[in-house]
Design a protein around this ligand. Structure first.
Ligand SMILES: [Zn+2]
Length: 647
């Protein structure tokens, strides 16, 4: 059709007013007028952007009216940014319909996002409920769980681990959620970020595309969102000092003060004039704040940082409580930095000193469970002609005692004889405890990285054994839901015959090395630190050089730098220890309440006085129960621990 050539300019004006709304509605105006909050304490109510004014600028970025294309948000948990994603999508569906995509790191994250947030928001927001074609529609134009269709476009929900999801039709607007958890490479075909970029390539010329990336950070030096934040103009939410009107950012540092004991009385001391800001003043200051770019420059995309210190959803006392809880536990410190402060966690990369660890060896009997050992686990590392095995007792406060460390010589090409027969003897050993009884191993892990099928076959007939494999990357949980693999031995093939559990080795190594470095009682500390690793005199130098054989280093990978562990020599006993830590995480010892722990001790025949809490010098500090971070991957049987031990 030819374009209309109006006879008079006034006609053009009339035509334009017929086809375009008088004034474009911005996403924040649209959200305030329409969007219903899908979950949380305000579920079912219209969104109140006065509470979260820091979302407005980002929301309006997502409209075509805004000429910029790319924005990244580095944030902590509980800040309302998921709602931002939903509001941005809702506005586009009604006012600027086009093809859109939301990417989540995993299948479970994606279905949770859809089930808990997106779908309820669509159903409860009348205008969206009318626009989005229902899933029940049988025609090809109907929506499915992972594709929402509406007049003028569709929204695809994709997983960052699926090339099939990421490759496909052109899209105009993308939201990448938890972008730091995407794998660095997908099946050797490149980074998911690159694949996503390729999908809006055809809009590059017209400049008519949007990419909004939101994530909590992970590890310093190996964190996508942190790099993307640093590469941008670094906007922080500034508040105005109630005394002198100078602007500053609520930052976790010397200005944030709290008492170590309950009540924490957390407050903030303004860096400008020393004015004391009480918790009840916080939300009002945040409401009147504004974004200021701290690193503006030509070509720099928008980058935002926002964390719990400024969040209206997290009281300052809660932050103080979490800080105290995280103090001696490297895993909790990482969680605190990432999920509360929105900062990447810095892992110390050097190896612990093995000579010092040898000097700290203690006099206790080999092959006997120490008085405070509540759980007994073992792990094995399979080599061509030997199996390395470490047996460790774990007690309260994450403390551990090596009970035995062995090299079992022998052939490992079959599950019956050779070194595997010796491993079976370890598995069946009745270990004497310190009270005249005996106990079997609670769980045994075997590395399946080498001789996989032999390991699967060996593990199959032994109920308390686990085939394990190490997984790279910083966002893996200590141990994740097993995948079922085919078992193939002596020409027999059993479909999905073995369960293989993936161990998040990167974070566990960081945790172990931090624990090994802690000052010990024998070195003048007031008490044994949580996570103290006790080593008997019977352990030889070879054990310690292997335990401390790795260090952290930068590696160039697909144009990005990442942090990886490298070994400087044999590391078999380190692998054994990492697997033992994963098993203890699976058994749930660190998540047990004091009551559950006492019950387990009783079950184990431990006299009451021996199962007293260990950290006596900590007694003056408050014991505030903090729920453990929810595992990213839902775990089967995770909490079934106490009952499984009754057998
Ligand atoms: Zn001031």
């Amino acid at each position: 059709m030819k374009s209309i050539q109006p006879a008079f300019p006034i006609v053009a004006g009339v035509l334009a007013s017929l086809f375009q709304p008088a004034e474009a509605v911005t996403p924040s105006q649209w959200a305030a007028a329409n969007l219903v909050v899908p979950d949380g304490p305000r579920a079912g109510e219209r969104i109140d952007l006065a509470m979260t004014p820091y979302l407005v600028e980002l929301l309006d970025f997502f409209s075509s009216e805004c000429p910029e294309n790319k924005a990244v948000v580095r944030k902590s948990a509980q800040t309302g940014f998921t709602l931002l994603a939903i509001a941005a999508i809702g506005h586009s569906i009604e006012c600027e319909p086009c093809r859109m995509m939301v990417v989540q790191p995993t299948d479970s994250a994606l279905s949770e996002f859809n089930r808990e947030k997106l779908q309820p928001a669509i159903e409860q927001t009348p205008i969206l409920a009318r626009k989005v074609v229902p899933q029940t529609s049988r025609s090809a134009r109907g929506s499915t769980v992972y594709t929402k269709r509406y007049p003028g476009g569709s929204l695809t929900l994709a997983i960052a681990t699926s090339t099939a999801d990421l490759r496909g039709k052109t899209i105009k607007k993308v939201i990448k959620d938890e972008a730091s958890e995407y794998p660095a490479d997908l099946d050797g075909q490149g980074s998911p970020h690159g694949m996503i970029e390729a999908r809006y390539e055809s809009f590059l010329a017209s400049g008519d595309w949007k990419e909004l990336s939101i994530s909590t950070p992970t590890i310093k030096g190996d964190c996508w969102i942190d790099d993307a934040f640093d590469g941008g103009d670094q906007r922080f939410w500034h508040v105005k000092c109630p005394e002198c009107a100078e602007e500053f950012v609520f930052d976790y540092g010397p200005s944030f003060r709290f008492a170590k004991e309950y009540p924490h009385k957390a407050h903030y001391v303004a860096p400008c004039c020393g004015a004391v800001i009480e918790p009840h003043q916080k939300n009002a200051l945040v409401r009147n704040g504004r974004w200021i770019a701290t690193a503006p420059g030509p070509g720099r995309h928008r980058s935002y940082h926002f964390d719990a210190l400024s969040s209206p959803f997290v009281p300052w006392d809660k932050i103080a409580e979490r800080a105290i809880q995280a103090k001696d536990d490297p895993a909790r410190q990482k969680t605190f930095e990432n999920l509360t402060l929105g900062r990447p966690y810095e892992v110390r990369g050097d190896s612990p000193d093995h000579v010092r660890l040898m000097a700290l060896r203690e006099e206790y009997p080999r092959r006997r469970i120490p008085p405070k050992g509540l759980l007994l686990v073992a792990s094995a590392d399979v080599q061509a002609n030997a199996i390395y095995v470490e047996v460790v007792a774990f007690g309260a406060d994450r403390q551990s005692w090596v009970v035995e460390a062995l090299v079992l010589d022998g052939d490992t090409s079959g599950p019956e004889g050779g070194a595997f027969a010796k491993l079976n003897a370890v598995y069946e050993t009745e270990w004497p405890d310190s009270f005249g009884g005996t106990r079997r191993i609670d769980a045994m892990g075997v590395d399946s990285g080498f001789r996989a099928n032999v390991v699967y076959a060996w593990v199959r007939g032994r109920p308390k054994t686990f085939a394990l494999k190490g997984g790279d990357g910083w966002s893996r949980p200590a141990i994740s839901t097993p995948s079922l693999v085919d078992l193939d031995l002596y020409g027999k093939r059993i479909k999905q015959g073995a369960a293989v559990w993936t161990v998040g080795t990167f974070s566990l190594k960081a945790q172990l090395y931090a624990d090994l470095r802690k000052p010990r009682l024998a070195e003048g500390a007031l008490f044994e630190p949580p996570g103290a690793c006790h080593h008997g005199r019977f352990l030889e130098e070879n054990y310690f050089t292997q335990l401390t054989s790795e260090y952290l280093t930068d590696e160039k990978f697909k144009g990005r730098t990442r942090k990886v562990w490298k070994e400087r020599g044999p590391n078999h006993f380190l692998d054994c220890r990492i697997y033992n830590l994963a098993l203890v995480d699976y058994l749930g010892l660190s998540r047990m309440t004091p009551d559950e722990m006492a019950q387990l001790a009783k079950l184990r025949g431990v006299p009451e006085e021996a199962s007293e809490p260990v950290a006596v010098a900590n007694a003056d500090e408050p014991v505030v129960p903090v729920p453990p971070p929810a595992p990213r991957t839902p775990m089967r049987a995770r909490r079934s621990f106490p009952s499984s031990f009754m057998s």
